[in-house]
Write a protein that binds this ligand. Structure first.
Ligand code: SF4
Length: 312
């Protein structure tokens, strides 16, 4: 589809938008409004800066994305050959991504001119690069995540029962009123009993918000394939530990999550000057967080530094 310039960003909702809104209103502003059109050469300097910083990546985020890529690749290989890919091949793919991020981070001029097309690690931008300890930790995580993926409950079940894979990594939306709600299920398959299993791979810690996130994906599956909540089971697979958590999907849990989304949309819209056009209030209406100890790990730190120091 041809790119169509809009003065303001299109309105939408996602679980990650909700968590950014909860974390820090100013971060939410920069991410979802301030950075808009910051890719244009004629954009105001602040929009360009917000857009660049939005595209910074942390090394753990790169690892997470690389693991998601190999999970998608694994599902596609199973779908076409009914076999697992080699573990060493998957590790090489992740290593290639990490090496690329490391190499490109040493070239700030290239990133500065095309921040979306090139990597810049936050650890290089705001710090001294990656310490030996960090590199060791990343390698350990990579070596745990890959075998845990290949022996996960979901992959083992697909192989054993020759389950039909319906979706392997997809980003799509469903509508709630006039809001497009983003759903990015990592894997959806049908088990031998005919249940639809919605899977989310995680490469970080276990959080209480994960079941609600899976339920958002379940609602998307219900709408897309016209099926009932009772026919769906959710599962979060924690690839660093090999644990998994089943998430019950029922009409009640679906209603609860729909209500939470409605409430979240209502709260976000309180910060808009014009709801129809998605025009935000001024930056100052989006306060900086009260939990400033996390600010030094935030992409937008350099834009807030002065204000943060004035509040000390
Ligand atoms: S640096 Fe702190 S105050 Fe500024 S956007 Fe990030 S989290 Fe919010």
């Amino acid at each position: 589809m041809a790119y169509q310039r809009t003065k303001y960003p299109p309105w939408s909702w996602s679980s990650s938008r909700k968590s950014t809104f909860r974390e820090c209103k100013r971060k939410y502003y920069y991410n979802y409004y301030g950075a808009h059109n910051g890719w244009e050469s004629s954009a105001p300097e602040e929009a360009k800066q917000a857009y660049r910083l939005k595209n910074l990546d942390g090394i753990y985020l790169i690892l997470g994305s690389a693991v998601h890529e190999i999970a998608e690749f694994t599902c596609k290989i199973i779908d076409s050959t009914s076999k697992l890919p080699e573990e060493a091949k998957l590790i090489d793919k992740i290593r290639d991504n990490l090496n690329r991020a490391y190499a490109e981070s040493k070239n700030p001029e290239t990133w500065y001119s095309s921040p979306k097309q090139n990597f810049m690690l936050q650890e290089f931008y705001y710090g001294d690069g990656l310490s030996g300890r960090m590199i060791k930790l990343i390698k350990e995580r990579m070596r745990k995540a890959v075998p845990n993926l290949l022996t996960s409950k979901s992959i083992s079940e697909i192989i054993k029962d020759k389950c039909e894979i319906k979706i392997a990594e997809s980003m799509d939306t469903f509508m709630m009123g006039n809001t497009a709600v983003y759903a990015i299920p990592d894997l959806v398959y049908k088990d031998k009993e005919g249940n639809w299993i919605v899977v989310d791979w995680k490469t970080g810690k276990e959080y209480d918000s994960h079941p609600a996130q899976i339920t958002v994906y379940a609602i998307y599956i219900m709408e897309k394939f016209n099926i009932k909540a009772e026919d769906i089971k959710g599962r979060v697979e924690y690839l660093l530990t090999g644990h998994n958590r089943d998430v019950e999907i029922t009409p009640d849990t679906v209603k609860k999550v729909r209500d939470e989304i409605t409430e979240s949309i209502k709260n976000m819209r309180k910060y808009l000057e014009d709801v129809e056009e998605n025009i935000p209030g001024s930056k100052e209406k989006f306060p900086i967080t009260g939990h400033t100890r996390f600010c030094k790990w935030c992409n937008f730190y350099e834009m807030c530094k002065e204000e943060l120091e004035s509040k000390k």
